[in-house]
Design a binder for this molecule. Structure first.
Ligand code: JET
Length: 277
């Protein structure tokens, strides 16, 4: 896969020389190129922004500079063309599903905005020209620019590329987790640390008991922290024991879907500050 990142702060992406992604680059699995947007300016001051039409605070990034830059790094549109990714707090929320879809692309161009954002005609123009354009948010908070969001997306996508993660088993286990639950807690040696023993189920050597314990902890964690994920679970994928565990957290099946019972009350809901989950 090739990824071109365009930014006014190319040094921000230096972290991509390190660790797993750095190794993937050295191994030739990932062709990652970071560009300075100012290389495509034409004025003496290398200007990339201007004041917003309609007024208001801050500056907006100029479409002409961005257009020249994106055209230069996107390659031949005849060869399928690059997929343009724009990190923005106004985008769809980036999830593992987006990471998987992007990992099947051959060329990504990531445009990192700053200030109040990039002139909206840039995304509009490339969409109109048949380029796939994804405006993606890494969460509901505001950053000073798209660089950190680009790092997040490159790491999430990069580790899915064939050969990048040493043990593909860890990806398989994760996609089980992608059954829509948070991961269960994990433990290693020593078996007791500062009076905290490892749960006895995990040292029992009894495979079915371990699997059941992990499933229950995943269900409980998800119920305590992510009601949105529980509400989206496919009821057909849950067994009797799962439903009993969820019932203790106030969830029951109504018309084939999971519902939290007791409108507004806290029945069955454990407080995470009162009990480890
Ligand atoms: C972000 C991403 O803050 C985030 O992204 C960076 C950012 C900051 C300011 C402007 C901006 O413009 C992008 C744009 O796109 C069309 O104009 C991007 C927060 N969560 N995820």
């Amino acid at each position: 896969m090739r990824i071109d990142v365009v930014t006014v702060f190319p040094d921000y992406l230096a972290a991509l020389d390190l660790s797993l992604i750095g190794k993937a680059r050295q191994a030739g699995l990932l062709d990652l190129r970071v560009h300075d947007l100012r290389d495509w300016t034409t004025d003496r001051h290398r200007t990339v922004d201007d004041t917003p039409f309609g007024g208001g605070a801050g500056m907006v990034m100029r479409p002409d500079v961005w257009g020249t830059a994106i055209d230069a790094v996107s390659g031949d549109p005849g060869e399928g063309g690059a997929h343009l990714v724009i990190p923005t707090p106004s985008g769809e929320v980036f999830t593992q599903r987006h990471a998987e879809a992007l990992s099947h692309e051959s060329h990504l161009v990531i445009a990192c905005g700053r200030y109040e954002g990039i002139d909206a005609r840039v995304a509009e123009h490339y969409r109109g020209a048949g380029t796939r354009v994804s405006e993606l948010s890494i969460g509901d908070y505001v950053l000073n620019g798209g660089e950190v969001a680009a790092l997040v997306m490159i790491e999430a996508v990069g580790r899915l590329l064939p050969g990048v993660v040493g043990n593909p088993e860890s990806l398989v286990e994760e996609s089980h987790g992608a059954a829509g639950l948070l991961e269960y807690p994990v433990y290693t040696k020593p078996p007791s640390w500062r009076e905290h023993p490892v749960p006895e189920e995990l040292v029992s050597g009894h495979h079915a008991r371990i699997a059941r314990w992990r499933r229950d902890r995943a269900l409980e964690r998800t119920a305590a922290r992510r009601e949105d994920l529980i509400a989206r679970l496919e009821v057909a994928t849950l067994d009797k024991h799962d439903l009993a565990t969820l019932a203790r957290w106030g969830w029951s099946v109504v018309d084939g879907a999971l519902r939290r019972d007791g409108a507004g009350d806290d029945r069955g809901r454990r407080d995470s500050s009162a009990r480890a989950i």
